[in-house]
Design a protein around this ligand. Structure first.
Ligand code: IVH
Length: 700
């Protein structure tokens, strides 16, 4: 087979810039693949960003050398009026669905395959590839000469829509095939797979959408489920909007292939796809005979909730391509593949009531109480309506028939009202959020630009107190084993606990006098409390329940400051220096520790014996440049760029790639270019290496 010179560097006579551009493209392709597909970055984000900016700058200076497979060219096109129709070179078929969600579904398929292949009972088991059935939409990606030229939806299987512009924005999809010695690169290769949205991306997208709606953005709406969100993004006429919708991709097959593709099994094909740079689901494997299929169906069924994306079943495919060919097709469905379903993650039920729950930070959440319904493997009786606007926008009312969705360990949610309910003349009133906290009676307020009402009762509100204690006692915080919701309810309701430190003053007697509390259990709680005193700074910090301070932020703060006192006393500016701490988080931390009662809680907890190992001195070292932002440009007399960056960061400052009004200093060496000009234009102070060294020395 003739391999195009896709992967060789440009001709030796190419100019240095052109060569550098090609080098940057392959660097970015490699590291993009490590990051987006393999989830195993090899370099810091900043390095990637720097190369990306360098390539952008070179492309701006030399547009004639910009190529369509450049990573800078993912978002670019103009909004379309309509999608062009595409005729599929090889029709996109669907697969037969085994709706029997029990194991017998797998047996039926294996029996059919054996019969079609005329295998006798004592013939060996058939080998299958077992895959996940991703809940997204099928896409055909056409590569010519190794470069992505077209992406199309399935449509009716024969004609689809040209959605190339949108698909190019998906970082997991290579714009150019990676080199793969074993299979080369076919002249024409159509890769087929599923575009989908991860559950966390979906939740975050809807969260953003709700915020936009709360801000009065009229045209915006939330999405019903990840599949609809993904389909909406792919069929979005404006590629800039599509680019904002976080999509992912899994490859599972091919369409037209011209040129050699030396594989004899489906598994080898998947491995080739992986080597060319496509994401192939980790859980894909092979299975022998009906037993193997049943085992896979059960294993994935148990894992389904923990997967980061929705699946609605598994897919079994005969592995040997020769056998696939012998089996052929019936009525546009292959005989060699079947989809085996799992119970649905969406169901219909009735709303019995709408309650309002009070969260740890006082947030009021409307919750629909439902007639029990079996969804996504569990019985659901509560489903969140998120906030007042959302409840009213979905117009969910008591007595309505609604669609409930539960996917993964995500909280079940009411997706919408079934249209028949809407037509009913006897519907109850529309939901309105109470203006006082249903638990403590304090005023509930909704701040400007926020979607949520909050109880203003703070720790006077027993609901908030309970949640705060549960948060502190959870496994990811200080972990008090056995201190669950029921016990906390009892302790707070009995007036035994008002603040976190009260927990450690409880003692055996108080616990043992509680209803239904055996001596043994009381002792267990006392022991668990004792054990929880030995913790770590990040766990303690996270456990305090400061708004916007999750586990990752708590870790970053602990690493940066080393001790709790430094965090309690840090200014917003000093906090902002920490990675991942933005203005909202910094303000929230400051507000928390500005309140005397919160500092008191920390003091008392320490007095009760909560302790953690001191962090190493390095992280306690003074940060003379904390709060400053540097930009480095040009060649420095002695320090390499990385060394300079390390020094600056170790001193507590940030290093950024571009000059703005917020830049504190530009550290310039010889041959400094546009960044130096920009600094002068904006009046940003410019220093040299000697000045930097002086700054570092002159501080304590
Ligand atoms: S194979 C000829 N494999 O399910 C076989 N399809 O009707 C073609 N799907 O809309 C499909 N995961 O998008 C195949 N691992 C998987 C799949 C899968 C999801 C979707 C596909 C199509 C439908 C099949």
């Amino acid at each position: 087979m003739q391999t195009p010179d896709l992967f060789s560097s440009p001709q030796p006579e190419a100019s240095p810039s052109e060569q550098r551009m090609a080098q940057l493209r392959s660097l970015l392709q490699h590291h993009g693949h490590q990051y987006y597909v393999l989830d195993a970055p090899e370099v810091p984000d900043a390095a990637y960003d720097q190369w990306f900016q360098e390539l952008q700058a070179l492309e701006a200076a030399h547009p004639q050398w910009r190529t369509p497979d450049s990573p800078t060219q993912r978002v670019g096109g103009k909004p379309l009026d309509a999608f062009a129709s595409v005729r599929h070179a090889v029709p996109m078929l669907s697969i037969r669905t085994e709706t029997d969600t029990e194991s017998t579904g797998a047996l039926a398929f294996d029996t059919r395959v054996r019969k079609e292949l005329e295998l006798t009972e004592d013939a060996p088991a058939v080998e299958y590839v077992t895959e996940l059935k991703f809940d997204g939409l099928a896409i055909n990606l056409r590569f010519e000469g190794g470069v992505l030229v077209q992406a199309a939806t399935r449509g009716d299987g024969e004609y689809g829509e040209d959605v190339t512009q949108n698909i190019r924005t998906i970082a997991q999809i290579p714009l150019k095939l990676m080199a793969y010695a074993q299979a080369g690169v076919p002249e024409v290769l159509e890769v087929r797979g599923e575009v989908y949205m991860r559950r966390d991306d979906f939740e975050a997208l809807n969260e953003r959408q709700r915020a936009r709606i709360a801000h009065g953005d009229k045209g915006e709406k939330t999405f019903v489920n990840p599949r609809n969100a993904a389909a909406g993004a792919v069929r979005q006429l404006d590629p800039a909007i599509a680019a904002e919708r976080p999509l992912s991709f899994f490859a599972y097959g091919v369409g037209e292939v011209r040129g050699t593709l030396a594989v004899s099994t489906h598994m080898e094909l998947l491995l080739a796809l992986k080597a060319w740079g496509f994401p192939v689901a980790e859980l894909t494997s092979t299975a022998l005979g009906a037993d193997g299929l049943v085992a896979f169906h059960q294993r994935i069924g148990a894992l389904r909730d923990q997967l980061p994306y929705d699946i609605d079943g598994v897919v079994y495919k005969v592995n040997a391509l020769a056998l696939q060919q012998r089996l052929g097709f019936v009525s546009r469905e292959p005989r060699w593949a079947v989809a085996h379903k799992y119970p649905a993650q969406e169901q219909i039920t009735t709303v019995l009531a709408i309650d309002v729950q009070v969260g740890r930070t006082g947030k009021l959440t409307p919750v629909a109480k439902l007639a029990p319904v079996f969804v996504g493997g569990v019985t659901v009786t509560n489903a969140t309506l998120h906030n007042e606007d959302e409840a009213r926008r979905k117009d969910v009312r008591v007595g309505d028939t609604v669609i409930v969705r539960r996917a993964g360990d995500v909280i079940p949610e009411v997706v919408g009202v079934v249209p028949e309910s809407l037509a009913s003349a006897t519907r109850s009133e529309m939901f309105t959020m109470p203006r006082i906290c249903p638990v403590c009676g304090s005023t509930a307020v909704r701040e400007e630009g926020e979607a949520d009402y909050r109880c203003t009762g703070g720790l006077f509100c027993s609901a908030q107190r309970k949640q705060a204690i549960l948060h502190f006692a959870q496994r990811r915080a200080v972990e008090v084993e056995g201190l669950g919701e029921k016990l906390v309810d009892q302790l707070v309701d009995a007036g035994l606990i008002h603040t976190l430190p009260d927990l450690y003053r409880l003692g055996f007697t108080a616990l043992a006098t509680l209803d239904r509390m055996a001596d043994k259990s009381a002792q267990n709680i006392v022991d668990a409390l004792e054990k929880s005193k030995e913790t770590t700074l990040p766990r303690f910090l996270f456990g305090l329940g400061i708004r916007h301070v999750g586990e990752a932020t708590a870790k970053a703060l602990a690493r940066h400051f080393g001790q709790i006192d430094a965090i309690m006393d840090a200014s917003e500016e000093q906090l902002l220096v920490v990675n991942d701490v933005g203005p909202t988080v910094a303000q929230s931390i400051r507000t928390f520790f500005d309140q005397a009662h919160n500092r008191e809680v920390v003091e008392q907890l320490r007095a009760c014996g909560i302790h953690w190992p001191a962090l190493d001195a390095a992280s306690n070292a003074p940060k003379p440049l904390a709060g400053l932002t540097f930009v480095i440009t040009g060649t420095l007399p002695t320090l390499g760029r990385d060394a300079a960056k390390d020094l600056i960061e170790a001193a507590g400052a940030k290093v950024s790639g571009s000059v703005s009004k917020k830049t504190s200093f530009v550290l310039a060496g010889t041959e400094a270019g546009s960044k130096l000009d920009k600094a002068r234009e904006l009046g940003v102070a410019v220093i040299d290496e000697a000045a930097l060294r002086q700054m570092l020395e002159n501080t304590p």
